[in-house]
Design a protein around this ligand. Structure first.
Ligand code: FE2
Ligand code: FE2
Length: 260
């Protein structure tokens, strides 16, 4: 099975890149399933019902989220009704939506998608430790599907590497998101778990992790509030392609970067 994970879709440039590239990639790479992180789809912060529907209609089978889940007002209702989207499993159980879902690959094979969020330097911090909840979350996923993809949305390299090792041999992939700069450490951990510290960003790379450079520099140099806006140059799709067997054991992971 060949799975594509698309790194954080940032603003309109990121959404347009997905719409332009994913249908072609599904054929060229002979993909069985496409999962994308959509936490920055709406102007770089959060996602709306309409944008999630558009992303799901453009060849993405499932959307994962992160610390910007609640940024757009009223999104909880959508999370409760759309099964093809997950928010961090270590949010409060009473929060809208789910942290584990199951979608079907091209041949009907069930694939579980899990979203977990780190606690180091992430705001707002999730209610409980991703390490504490990982066992029950993975058990819930594995009871429904042999193939399990985990989007671990976290800031600290150490926390992401640790989660990869924590889940090695227990899931198909642990894929880091949130920092938006693709790392060069994609590899398969012992036990057949594909891992990367950060899958990158799908959006405008002529920027500071998606935001217009001049606005970010004004914020850093003046230390005054500045309203962020997505940049528009240097757009590319980034992510990873994973190969695994029917039992959910990964054999390869390759980082990809595709100019629009
Ligand atoms: Fe992000
Ligand atoms: Fe994030």
């Amino acid at each position: 099975m060949r799975l594509l994970f698309i790194a954080d879709i940032f603003g309109r440039p990121g959404r347009e890149a997905v719409e332009a590239v994913v249908p072609r990639l599904r054929e060229e790479l002979d993909l069985d399933l496409v999962v994308a992180n959509g936490e920055n789809a709406a102007d770089g912060a959060g996602i709306t019902d309409r944008l999630a529907d558009k992303i799901l209609a453009s060849g993405v089978d499932c959307i994962t989220l992160g610390n910007h889940t609640w940024h757009q007002r009223g999104f909880g209702t959508y999370l409760d009704t759309q099964p093809r989207i997950v928010r961090p499993a270590n949010y409060l159980a009473s929060n809208p939506g789910r942290g584990v879902t199951v979608v079907e690959a091209r041949d009907g094979t069930p694939v579980a998608v899990v979203n977990l969020m780190g606690r180091l330097f992430v705001h707002p911090e999730p209610s409980c430790s991703p390490f504490e909840i990982a066992a029950s979350t993975v058990a819930e996923a594995k009871a429904q599907a042999p193939v399990v993809l985990v989007d671990f949305h976290a800031e600290a390299t150490s926390e992401k590497v640790a989660m990869g090792r924590h889940l090695a041999g227990r899931v198909t992939a642990v894929l880091g998101t949130h920092t938006h700069v693709q790392t060069s450490d994609a590899h398969v951990l012992s036990g057949g778990t594909a891992y990367i510290t950060d899958a990158g960003m799908t959006g405008p790379h002529d920027s500071v992790i998606g935001v217009r450079t001049d606005l970010i520099l004004r914020r850093f140099t003046t230390q005054m509030p500045v309203r962020f806006e997505p940049a528009d140059g240097g757009v590319r799709l980034e992510g990873v392609v994973i190969e695994c067997d029917g039992g959910g054991r990964a054999s390869s992971i390759e980082a990809i970067r595709i100019d629009e």
